[in-house]
Design a protein around this ligand. Structure first.
Ligand code: 13P
Length: 260
């Protein structure tokens, strides 16, 4: 089973329009000359207000080289939901992916598994691909409940989706204790958890979907860690935070994923 790798940059709450433009131009220059046949899918997720500016820059890049993602969406179509954004509004831009259920959204904005499931459905109904995040806290890891916690997050996120929809989706395993801390999860352990996620997907949607779904690792991914991470059997790419904010380090991570 060959799964096309993905290197996705989650810019989180960084960069206004001008800064986003500068960053995407820098990335573009560095990836434009690379062998397209070996490139992973390159995805960038700027803040909502920079989606237009980044989309314009992406269009100048070799076709399909860089894809656009949003960091969130609300599941209602429209209405009195001050501060939220609906899928139709995101469709003004050429969005390929939407990140949902990031631990920061769960922790600071009260996002629940049920909301994440509703978001996944809306995203897929609109022909966009959700990047569904999951991951355990340090406390959960120390208590030995990592696998059970992640199984619950994934089962609930995928509830009611068809096998075909699951197959198209992307999951990101991001242990919370590894996010922004510089402490990367050991690659073999990340691979073990990702295999576990695949077994949960198999239970929910069958073997074909489990074999096809792309599962990324996230949490302090750097140019120095990516080659070993990509060498693991079940890691299909990375969701990168801090190191995606500099064109140099992000491009190095992309290059590190080219061998897979
Ligand atoms: P860092 O790469 O900064 O640890 O962030 C990971 C992350 O949360 C990506 O979504």
């Amino acid at each position: 089973m060959t799964r096309k790798p993905i290197i996705a940059g989650n810019w989180k709450m960084h960069n206004n329009c001008a800064q986003s433009k500068e960053l995407i131009k820098g990335i573009r220059e560095k990836v434009d000359g690379l062998d397209i046949a070996k490139l992973p899918e390159i995805v960038v997720a700027p803040v909502f207000t920079s989606l237009g500016a980044v989309n314009e820059e992406i269009c100048h890049c070799g076709c399909g080289r860089i894809k656009l993602a949003a960091q969130n969406v609300y599941y209602e179509a429209k209405g009195a939901f001050t501060g939220e954004i609906a899928i139709d509004m995101l469709k003004d831009f050429e969005i390929s992916y939407i990140i949902i259920g990031h631990s920061e959204r769960r922790q600071y904005f009260g996002e629940t598994d049920e909301m994440i499931n509703k978001k996944a459905k809306v995203i897929l109904d609109n022909g966009i691909i959700p990047i569904i995040c999951c991951g355990e806290t340090l406390e959960q890891r120390e208590q030995g409940v990592t696998d059970a916690h992640i199984a619950k997050q994934i089962s609930e996120a995928l509830k009611g989706l068809s096998a075909d929809e699951v197959k198209k989706s992307v999951i990101a395993y991001e242990p919370i204790w590894a996010i922004g801390t510089g402490k990367t999860c050991d690659s073999t352990e990340a691979n073990r958890v990702i295999k576990h996620i695949r077994s949960v997907v198999e239970k929910e949607a069958g073997k074909e979907a489990a074999d096809a779904i792309r599962i990324l690792y996230g949490g302090s991914v750097k140019p120095e860690t990516i080659v070993e991470q990509m060498a693991q059997s079940d890691i299909d790419g990375a969701l990168v935070g801090g190191a995606s904010l500099k064109a140099d380090s992000f491009a190095e991570i992309v290059k590190g994923a080219m061998a897979k």
